[in-house]
Structures are given as C-alpha cells and as structure tokens.
Design a protein around this ligand. Structure first.
Ligand SMILES: Nc1ncnc2c1ncn2[C@@H]1O[C@H](COP(=O)(O)OP(=O)(O)OP(=O)(O)O)[C@@H](O)[C@H]1O
Ligand SMILES: [Mg+2]
Length: 668
C-alpha cells in the first residue's frame, strides 16, 4: 500500500531519521514505537504528505483511502478543529482532512452515518434512480453493490455499537460535535474512523483520550479488526494485544519486525544475550592469544606462530563485537525539591454546587484533602473529574458553597488540554522562565530543562513545534522550576513514554507535598495513589487506601452518609378533601396528556421499525445480488458471511413484524 524509499527528515541540524526504507502491506496491524520526540508523528505527517521530506519519497498506492487520528487537536491551526480523512485520490497537502466536523452543527451520529462523501454520493444516486423508477437498471445494481461493499446498510447499527463501546451515552449520539470537549471530539473522530471502511488507518496514540473502559473495548475491537493500521502508542500491554507487526523508530533508523510488541522485546533480549555471550567468548579468546604472544614473543622458534596469532588478534580487534548502547533516551530520575510545608488541611470544599447550563455536575458537595495525601479521582469519563480538579485549582468557579485553601498552600496545576498552561508562541526557555521566581539564574533553569532532555538548541525551539511527549515534559519541568506543595494533575502521563512515566511515578512517591490527580494509566495510579475518590453521578465517595483496595471494595462499599440521607428524607404532607379533588383532576388531565404522548411515541416506534424493515430488505436484496454475480464474491468467507446475514435478516424481519403488532395493540 505504501512504499517508503530512502526517506530522510531533519529540522535544521537535528536529524530525525536518515535513509529509511519501508513497505506497508495490506492486512498488517502495526505498532509504531520509539521514545518521545524521535519522529513518530512526523512519519505520519510525511505519509499524509502534510510536510515535505528532506530527501527520499513516500509513495501511496493509487486509490488507497487513509483515515487519520492525530495525536492532539491542532494547537495552533484554529481553522482545523477536527481533522478527519483524506479524500481519495487527492494530492493531500491542501485537502487534508475534512475539517467540517468541528465547525458544522453535525451531530455525532450524523457524522458517523452521513459523514462519508463516497457513501453520500452513491446514496444520492440510488435515490435519484429510485425516483426515476429505474430500480431495475444495471446501474442501480452497481450502486447497491458499491454501497454494500462500503458497509452502508450496516452503518447505523455499527456506528451505535462503536459509539457505545467508546463510552458515548445514547443521549450524546445526537449532540452537535462542535459543542463537545476536545477529548470527546477526538473520540467521535476515532468512532468515525472505525465505522467507515478505510484501507489504512493511521492512529497516533488512540488511547490517550479514553478512559479505562473505552480503552479496553478498543483493545478487543482492534484485536479482532481485519483491516490495516499503523498505531503509535506507548502502552505496551495494548500494543501486545492488538498488533502483528512492530516498527521501531530509534536513533534515526527504523526496523520492522514480524510479531507484536512482546515478541519484539523477546527477540531484542535474545539478540542481546546472544551478542553478549559472543562478545565474552571473543574476549576470552583474545586474552588467551595475548598471553601466548606475551609469553613467546622473544623465542625465535615460536616466531612464526606468534606472528600468526598476532594477525588473528588484529583481525579480531577489527571485528570486535560491541554491544550497542541501550538506545532508549528518556528522562531519568528526577526529584521534586523540598517545598515549604503546608498546614494540615490543604483544601476543603463546603457544600459546593456547580452546573454547566442545565447540567448539574455537583450539588452540595463536601470534599477535603489533607497534607501528604496522594489522591486519585476515579470514575467514568464525563463524571466530572476534571471539573472537580479545576474547582480545586481555582480555575473553574463554583455556583455556591465555599472553597477554602489551607495555610501556606501553593497549588500547581497540570492541565489535560495543555494550551491552558503553555504559551505556544514562546520558546522552551522563555516558557520555563515564565514559571521561574525572580532570583533564578538562566543556568539553573537550563539545568532543569536539560534533565527533561531540552538541552542546547532544544531550549530554543518554539513550544508549538514540540512533540506530544515533549510538551508534557515541559509542563513537568515548569512544575519543578517553581515547585508547589499541592499538585493538581490531570492525566499527567498522557503522551509520555514508558521510562518517563516511571520517572514521574517515582518522583511523586518521594514528593512531600499533597497531590490530587486523574489518570487512566493503571500502572501509574497503582504506584502513586494512597487514597481513592470515586466520582459518580455528582457524588464523591472516598476509599481510604490504595487503588487495589478500591478495586476490591468498590462494589461492596456502603456509604453511611447516603443511608442516613435516605432515612431522613422529608415526606410531603398530603391531606384535605378539596386538595385531593384538585389533585385528582390534575392527574386525570396529566394522564390524558400522557396517553396522547404515549400514542405518538408508539407510532414513532412503529415508523422506525418500518423504516428499519425497509433497510433490511434492501440490504438483503443487495447481498443476494452480490452473491449471484459470479465476478464479485469468489471469496468463500464473504459468501458465507453474506448467507448468514441474509438468514439473520429474515429472522429480524419476523421479529420486527411481531414487535409492530404488539405496539399496535398498545395504542389506546
Ligand atoms: N517545525 C519544527 N521545527 C523544529 N523541530 C520540530 C518541528 N516539528 C517537530 N519538531 C521536532 O521533531 C521531533 C519529532 O517530533 P514528533 O512529533 O514526530 O515526535 P514523536 O516521536 O511523535 O514524539 P511523541 O512520542 O512525544 O509524540 C521533536 O523533537 C520535535 O520537537
Ligand atoms: Mg507523537
């Protein structure tokens, strides 16, 4: 599908990769790995022909339809809100990605069912032929067949399944995408990429915006997926489960190995062990030879043999086996410097309420953090974890109640949408300076930046060109430059490579201040949290223990507060005959209204079922046509699959008929 030949890319003196050659073939499910900043996302941009290579070329076969999930919503291109697909056959650069999703009022479901230009064009043609009564024509058959191949008839069903898997609630299906948060827009885009038939998917860290449940669902989905994709990820467990090839980008070269990530690690370890063994043997041999030479070099009768041994030694020296250095270049250990100690009570929220429009996120919530606590906010996405964190940070206001900051508390906030805390027009150094207290020297700032791998020229880079992981590193460096004693971290490990996640977990373990954080990285949560707050439907429950403790207890936990509340719930006084009559009249009217509403609801349902039935019939017809066409389905698997589906449709239709009957009986 894609041929890359002698490709090189550099930014100024910095060489990302040199002379790499590579083919991507159909059916490959590839994991692309490498430390932060090695050029993984850049390689995607080159394949998409968004940027130019320094040398060499990338050839995409004609007609290959690529779907692309970027690493983050564009920081600086406000014109493109939600990147999408590349229309087929277009010379990418100027047409890359239908950005309409972010701008238009399209709902999530519309984007997934009407968002593909090819399908919409064919569907229009189908309808035009139908209205001209040309449903018997050859062209009509062809159109149906093409729609069939593109999965048109299963689209809605498939879209709903994928959306649910990725964590969308049914009520969100019909929300306009432009009204959703960045993270949810990314999920909608991912759902779209999975719904349509793309020849190749380029997924840049697709789990970054997912909560745990959605990530697990995606793992199963991609595991069973039969298409082709390249996926960048730092999540090893995820890669191991879904890929069958691994691409490793490090030290300017790229390697492709057959097998998943775990397999790659095994090969690498084996190779290293083998090499180490060989090198040891070589050393031993050389020592023996040297001993021989040292002992006999002065004896004339051994001169010939000493000469021969010397030659062997020389040769061995030339071919000396050297163990390659461990190429991982990530941030190593760092420690948060000592900060002044805060009072015992770090922050408390008293009876606070918060709504967005008519959505009530919190009502009368009490919450408290004490010194030394390392608390994780757990719970589904959309439950209000980020809102709570922002309320704690003082970034989001509250509608009522009190937010009380403890004595000597300095809070530092790491935002999930990093634009809140980074100025993209600054250079790395300027950005670091902006966090520094007045007395800090440039030298000490550069030292800290160096520890986060921004050394020399890297410190002069603008924030907007940094890779995902580099931006995360810079925020951490800023927190270290002016260390607060209360850290509020929203998904701090997102984009970080494995070693960097480890380093952060260790640093937080040794940190003496207090922390409240959100993370979907189980490993990270388990190694940092000493308290868990579960956020669910506007309520927060505290589990005083580690994350494992929480997992063990969460289903059996009884909230004493809640029990008390339900016992003391006030009951409403109802009495007096007059009142009663009034109420009855009111009820009767309400019932009448309800009956009408119910009836119209039932009719709606019936209409929907009829529509569904029609669609199914059409699908069945299209499949039957495809099966009867000797040129198309030679492939037995597909034929079997079609046969099964047609049987299923027959059954579904019978079910629909009986549902319609039952509904008709309910109309009163
Ligand atoms: N326009 C640019 N000018 C200068 N340097 C750039 C530019 N664009 C990217 N870079 C640098 O190129 C390097 C590779 O960036 P890229 O985004 O491809 O990394 P990555 O491998 O995807 O990293 P991550 O795992 O953090 O996402 C980074 O060091 C980045 O700062
Ligand atoms: Mg990247």
């Amino acid at each position: 599908m894609i041929n890359i030949t002698n490709l090189s890319k550099n930014y100024g003196a910095k060489v990302l990769f040199e002379n790499i050659s590579l083919n991507i073939n159909q059916g490959e499910k590839i994991g692309l790995i490498g430390p932060n900043g090695t050029g993984k996302s850049t390689l995607f941009s080159l394949i998409l022909q968004e940027i130019e290579s320094s040398k060499g070329e990338v050839r995409v076969n004609k007609g290959v339809h690529i779907g692309y999930l970027p690493q983050e919503l564009s920081f600086f291109r406000s014109d493109i809100k939600v990147p999408g697909e590349i229309p087929p056959g277009t010379p990418a650069a100027d047409s890359v990605r239908g950005g309409e999703a972010g701008k238009s009022e399209r709902t999530v479901l519309m984007e997934l069912t009407e968002g593909d230009e090819r399908i919409m064009r064919l569907n229009k043609e189908k309808e035009a032929l139908e209205s001209k009564n040309e449903a018997g024509s050859k062209r009509y058959g062809e159109v149906l067949h093409e729609l069939e191949t593109l999965g048109f008839f299963e689209l809605e069903h498939k879209a709903e399944k994928i959306l649910s898997g990725l964590g969308f609630k049914e009520r969100d299906f019909n929300r306009p995408i432009s009204q959703m948060s960045g993270g949810w827009q990314m999920r909608a885009l991912l759902a779209k990429l999975l719904t349509y038939h793309y020849d190749l998917l380029l997924l840049d860290e697709p789990t970054n915006y997912l909560d745990l449940n959605a990530a697990l669902w995606l793992k199963d989905y991609l595991g069973a997926f039969r298409g082709t994709f390249i996926m960048i990820s730092h999540d090893r467990a995820f890669l191991t489960d879904v890929t069958n090839y691994t691409l490793i980008l490090e030290n300017g070269s790229i390697f492709k190995v057959q097998g998943n990530y775990e397999h790659y690690e095994e090969i690498k370890a084996q190779k290293r062990t083998h090499l180490a063994k060989q090198s040891k043997e070589q050393d031993k041999k050389m020592q023996q030879l040297e001993k021989f030479v040292a002992r006999f070099h002065a004896q004339p009768n051994k001169a010939a043999s000493v000469r021969a041994k010397r030659r062997v030694l020389e040769k061995m020296g030339e071919d000396k086996i050297v163990l390659p250095p461990d190429p991982r270049q990530s941030i190593h250990n760092f420690v948060f410097p000592q900060t002044r100690r805060s009072g015992h009570r770090v922050i408390s929220l008293e009876k606070i309420s918060k709504s967005y429009g008519d959505i009530k996120v919190y009502e009368d919530l009490d919450f408290e953090i004490v010194q030394g606590e390392k608390a994780v906010l757990a719970g589904e996405n959309g439950a209000g974890k980020s809102t709570l964190l922002k309320i704690l940070a003082g970034i989001t206001g509250i509608d009522s109640g009190n937010r009380i900051i403890g004595h000597n508390v300095d809070a530092g906030y790491f935002s999930q949408t990093r634009t809140d805390v980074l100025n993209i027009e600054n250079t790395v150094l300027q950005e670091a300076y902006s966090a520094a207290p007045g007395y800090m020297t440039e030298e000490s700032i550069r030292t800290i930046l160096g520890a986060f791998l921004f050394s020399g020229d890297d410190a002069e880079k603008k924030v907007k060109v940094l890779s995902g992981g580099e931006k995360s590193r810079l925020i951490l460096a800023k927190l270290l430059i002016n260390p607060p004693n209360f850290l509020l971290l929203d998904e701090p490990t997102t984009h970080l490579d494995v070693d960097a996640v480890d380093a952060l977990a260790r640093a937080l373990n040794n940190y003496e201040g207090s922390v409240v954080f959100i993370s979907h990285d189980i490993y990270f949560v388990s190694s940092v949290a000493n308290n868990v707050f579960e956020v669910k439907s506007g309520r927060v429950r505290k589990f005083p223990g580690t994350f494992d403790y929480y997992l063990e207890k969460r289903d059996t936990f009884v909230d004493t507060e809640e029990v008390k509340k339900s016992k003391t719930a006030p009951h409403k006084p109802v009495d007096e005959a007059r009142e009663k009559a009034k109420v009855e009249e009111h009820l009767r009217k309400a019932e009448e209204k309800k009956r009408k509403a119910d009836n119209s609801l039932i009719r709606d349902k019936i209409n929907k079922l009829l529509k569904k039935k029609k669609e199914l019939e059409l699908e069945s017809y299209a499949k039957a046509r495809a099966l009867s066409n000797p040129h198309f389905y030679r492939d037995e698997d597909t034929a079997k699959q079609y046969g099964r589906r047609m049987k299923e449709i027959e059954k579904l239709n019978l079910e629909i008929d009986s549902q319609i009957k039952a509904l008709e009986n309910q109309i009163i």
